[in-house]
Design a protein around this ligand. Structure first.
Ligand code: KIV
Length: 271
């Protein structure tokens, strides 16, 4: 199935209808105007302005350092590039964990200053008050369970989560709590495919998987990974569609040669 051209603007209602009709939701991250324009033009349903910007744009090892101001900047750039898709903006680490008033203030800043359509937060029961408060203020919230990179220092590794029954049971419970709290969708990151299937079937809101198998209602990848801009990260779940790293390297090497050999610019490339 290709892009649904009937849908002029993707909203949270559109995603709900897609789950009901069995149409899979395609989501990718983006952090700047030019790529957002390409991705939106190619028919993506949802762009996530992910806090993975901390890794792929800023070069940090984790998502922990990125600030609210930096996320706002990335989201503003993305919004200028899109026309059709729904834009979700990550609330970065430290802007919602302390209490629900702080969380609401952070979410309001994102909505007012970026023009984004919704926000995403990591965690289950522990962030429920904040989710409820933000949803009550009219801001759509996407949940995020399983591997939650903002808590990397608590878990210590990026390995598959919820393999043991105790953690799987907490995840099932958290997913239902997030749905009851009003989340419009939930990202399931790096959990066993069977568990993701059970969770997806138990919810009426869509699940978006990353390393969570084919039975989620949608899929998300980090743009830099799937386009092969960043080639060092090769988890099993990643499908790499291009190798921009190698193509860009070759192009730049060619340009350097052309400048050094005085081949560039030629007569037609000057005034
Ligand atoms: O920040 C991000 O890119 C994410 C995705 C991995 C879901 O949260």
């Amino acid at each position: 199935m290709s892009v649904n051209k009937e849908v002029k603007k993707v909203t949270t209602n559109t995603l709900q209808k897609m789950k009901a009709s069995g149409e899979k939701i395609a989501m990718l991250t983006a952090y700047d105007f030019s790529f957002a324009k390409i991705i939106d033009g190619a028919g993506i349903d949802v762009i996530l302005v992910g806090d993975s910007a901390s890794n792929v744009m800023a070069g940090h090892e984790t998502t922990v350092p990125i600030t609210l101001e930096q996320m706002i900047y990335h989201a503003q750039c993305v919004i200028r590039g899109i026309n059709r898709c729904l834009v979700v903006v990550d609330l970065p680490f430290g802007t919602y964990q302390s209490n629900s008033d702080v969380a609401l203030a952070s979410a309001i800043r994102i909505m007012k200053e970026t023009g984004g359509h919704s926000i995403k937060m990591e965690g289950g029961e522990e962030i429920l008050d904040s989710v409820k408060k933000i949803v009550s203020a009219g801001i759509p919230v996407m949940g995020h369970l399983g591997l939650t990179p903002q808590s990397i220092y608590k878990f210590g590794t990026y390995t598959v989560r919820a393999k043991e029954e105790e953690e799987a049971e907490k995840l099932r419970k958290d997913a239902l709590l997030l749905q009851e709290a009003g989340c419009f969708a939930i990202v399931l990151e790096k959990i066993p495919a069977d568990l993701a299937k059970q969770v997806s079937e138990s919810l009426h809101i869509p699940t978006i998987g990353i390393g969570a198998g084919s039975d989620c209602d949608g899929q998300v990848l980090v743009m830099h990974d799937m386009l092969g801009i960043n080639t060092e990260f090769k988890p099993r779940f990643l499908r790499q569609y291009l190798n921009i790293h190698d193509q860009a390297t070759q192009a730049v090497e060619q340009y350097v040669n052309d400048v050094k050999s005085k081949d560039f610019p030629n007569e037609k490339e000057q005034y």
